[in-house]
Write a protein that binds this ligand. Structure first.
Ligand SMILES: [Ca+2]
Ligand SMILES: [Ca+2]
Length: 211
């Protein structure tokens, strides 16, 4: 009988502890923002993973749109280029040829444009021709300039390389006798300085894309 008398006070104490435990040991509810809903307690990573796996269509929207180039120019690396292996002439004649098409000799000054250009010529089977492009060092020997007067980057990855005895040498190596820039078919269409009076094919770039 005495046990029954003790049970009620013990239960009362336990109840009192349970009552006070949540607010005394957890973060008080008063410190949480009252506006946060229960959904914000989910880990953000879980929400993101669910979003990316259910929306694969977003991948297709990342691809850059094809540039709308006037015939005969084609979008190559975001530039409007006309690679013409059929008409040949010296550097000045080919520059005039481009001008007649409201274009200029191509300025290949970005690695991705150069790579896409090489892939295009390979894919089209027109990589066995030398092509004049828009740079020279006629004004000051060794100071290579594009037709838009900007400096041509020397060295890799643009300029052709060849083995000279036990060392590799990078073009340009022609000095005062080779002052115009062309893509050298004998070396995978990498840059080479050539005699401006030689006859080669041409790559033109629509004028708007090099302004
Ligand atoms: Ca030169
Ligand atoms: Ca050369």
């Amino acid at each position: 009988m005495s046990v029954c008398k003790c049970v009620f006070p013990v239960l009362a104490v336990v109840a009192a502890i349970v009552e006070t435990y949540p607010t005394s040991t957890r973060t008080p509810t008063s410190t949480r923002s009252p506006s946060i809903s229960s959904t914000t307690w989910f880990p953000p990573a879980t929400i993101n993973a669910a979003t990316t796996t259910t929306a694969p269509s977003t991948i297709t929207t990342i691809a850059p749109p094809q540039k709308d180039c006037a015939v005969p120019f084609k979008d190559i690396g975001g530039r409007c280029l006309f690679i013409n292996p059929f008409t040949k002439g010296n550097w000045m004649e080919m520059r005039y040829f481009c001008h007649e098409l409201l274009s200029e000799l191509a300025v290949i000054n970005e690695g991705n444009v150069f790579t896409e250009l090489l892939n295009f010529t390979r894919f089209e089977g027109i990589d066995q021709h030398d092509y004049w492009i828009g740079a020279n060092d006629t004004e000051t020997e060794g100071d290579w300039r594009w037709v838009n007067h900007k400096k041509v980057v020397l060295g890799s990855p643009y300029w052709a390389l060849y083995g000279n005895f036990d060392v590799y040498v990078l073009e340009p190596q022609g000095g005062y006798t080779e002052n115009c820039l062309y893509l050298d078919s004998s070396r995978f269409l990498y840059f080479d300085d050539g005699d401006c009076s030689q006859e080669k094919a041409v790559i033109c770039e629509y004028r708007n894309s090099i302004e």
